[in-house]
Design a binder for this molecule. Structure first.
Ligand code: KE4
Length: 438
């Protein structure tokens, strides 16, 4: 596979930006080798700087649920550009995006748009502290909520991939009020609340963890968090930056039927442009400045181009949401079944875990049969994952470059493309194992 341009461009990047990237998740730290420089996206495909085509299961780490260059998103962006790019003043489009999100997400009566998932989670925990007057926040080992100082402890995603779950540069004081609990262990969350409950401002949780790879929260776990926060007067924050608009129209909170006090959003809400958001009941959100005193601001929050892309994306989903999510679920299940059968046929010890449009194949440690928390995820066979990743790259299939990331599907992935993917997975397993698979 010719990668001349990609390697040249990336070697220049290394001189200009730390690790040649503007986000460590792209650095290929979990798989080794040189990141591939992408040039354009089209439907479910990415094309690199040398013109090589890949079936894309990263989808910009989640946003591109309609695939790349959806005509309605492109048209909305072109129309918005013709009116100017940023005014720093209220615009109608912000009302429109807010209305769409409020109509889709059960917990949200009022919303504040920001520019990233990190800004959303940072603001939501500040709001929880301002609203309750308490300091402590509970987070879960292996969950990643963006690079918020007080949450960059035992963090997943690239923090785990690159071995920096606790980043240097964060003071002990910053994380002194962060309580860590293992994910999917309701009894341990109970123990923490029995000891610290009256001092806990809130819990922030990925209801479907995507930053260990795809590890859905159990109903019992999430119901326990809902009960504990209600009993102790803390706020439950669902970080749905990844699961929002992906596992259901109303995100994981609709899927599980558990309504948090605050929800953070990102990725799909911007349709590929930088949008994050946090929202919840009006009586909580009215603690945010300028109504309340909890400060939060942003030059480009609610930007006209970003809101145009977000409105177009959510509007396509809302044309027929039931068939939209049935389609996403059906395609994800088709891929999952193909991955499971391939792993079984080639005697590879794996667990394929999926929910809505999120999916991960875990190459399990010997003693594990399924991944439901970080300890098990950390025992996965990362070397085998890396071999598998590169075999697929050679065959034109682009999986996330880490065992601790989730794969995504879009409405642009056809059944034929999924069948082609499964065939290339089987070829890769045959080459790795030397078995025939029959
Ligand atoms: P951003 O600041 O990257 O927009 O969002 C942070 C964030 C918050 N919460 C959850 C549940 C998230 O998954 C994320 C970001 N996800 C990673 C991928 N695992 C983004 C990729 C990257 O960091 O480049």
């Amino acid at each position: 596979m010719n990668q001349t341009n990609s390697k040249r461009i990336f070697s220049e990047a290394l001189k200009l930006m730390p690790g040649g990237v503007n986000s460590p998740a792209r650095a290929f730290g979990g798989v080794g080798g040189t990141p591939i420089v992408m040039d354009r996206g089209e439907g479910c495909f990415l094309f690199d700087a040398d013109g090589n085509r890949y079936i894309d299961y990263v989808l910009s780490w989640g946003p591109m649920i309609l695939g790349h260059q959806h005509p309605k998103v492109n048209a909305a962006l072109n129309a918005a550009v013709a009116r100017g790019t940023s005014f720093g003043a209220p615009t109608l489009a912000e009302n429109r995006l807010a209305e769409l999100v409020i109509s889709m997400v059960p917990s949200i009566e009022k919303i504040r748009l920001v520019n990233s998932g990190t800004e959303a989670t940072m603001s939501a925990i500040r709001l929880a502290r301002g609203y309750t007057g308490r300091d402590r926040i509970v987070k879960f080992i292996g969950n990643y909520h963006g690079h918020v100082d007080s949450l960059l402890v035992a963090a997943g995603s690239a923090a785990a991939t690159l071995g920096a779950p606790n980043s240097p540069g964060i003071t002990r004081g910053t994380t002194a009020d962060t309580i860590l609990v293992p994910y999917n262990r309701p009894e341990l969350a109970e123990a923490v609340f029995h000891e610290f409950g009256p001092t806990i401002a809130g819990i922030i949780v990925e209801p479907v963890a995507g930053n260990m790879g795809c590890v859905p929260g159990t109903s019992e776990f999430l119901k326990t968090l809902r009960k504990l926060t209600k009993d102790y007067g803390s706020l439950l924050i669902f970080d749905e930056v990844m699961s929002g608009f992906r596992v259901a129209k109303g995100g994981a909170q609709e899927y599980y039927g558990i309504i948090p006090d605050l929800t953070t959003l990102g990725k799909i809400i911007g349709g590929g442009l930088p949008v994050g958001a946090y929202g919840g009941r009006a009586e909580i959100m009215d603690y945010v400045i300028p109504v309340g005193k909890v400060y939060q601001a942003g030059t480009l929050s609610g930007n006209p181009l970003a809101t145009a892309a977000g409105i177009a994306t959510l509007s396509v989903i809302l044309e027929d949401p039931r068939s939209f999510y049935d389609q996403i679920e059906q395609k994800t299940t088709m891929l999952a079944n193909g991955l499971e059968k391939a792993a079984k046929d080639f005697k590879i010890h794996a667990s394929v875990q999926h929910i809505g449009g999120m999916i991960t194949i875990f190459f399990l440690g010997n003693e594990d049969t399924r991944i439901d928390h970080w300890d098990a995820a950390s025992r996965c066979n990362k070397d085998l994952f890396a071999k598998f990743f590169w075999k697929l790259i050679e065959k034109g299939v682009y999986f996330p470059c880490s065992q601790f990331e989730t794969m995504f599907l879009s409405t642009a992935h056809t059944e034929e493309i999924i069948e082609e993917t499964i065939e290339k997975v089987r070829e890769s397993f045959a080459e790795i194992t030397g078995r025939t698979g029959f």
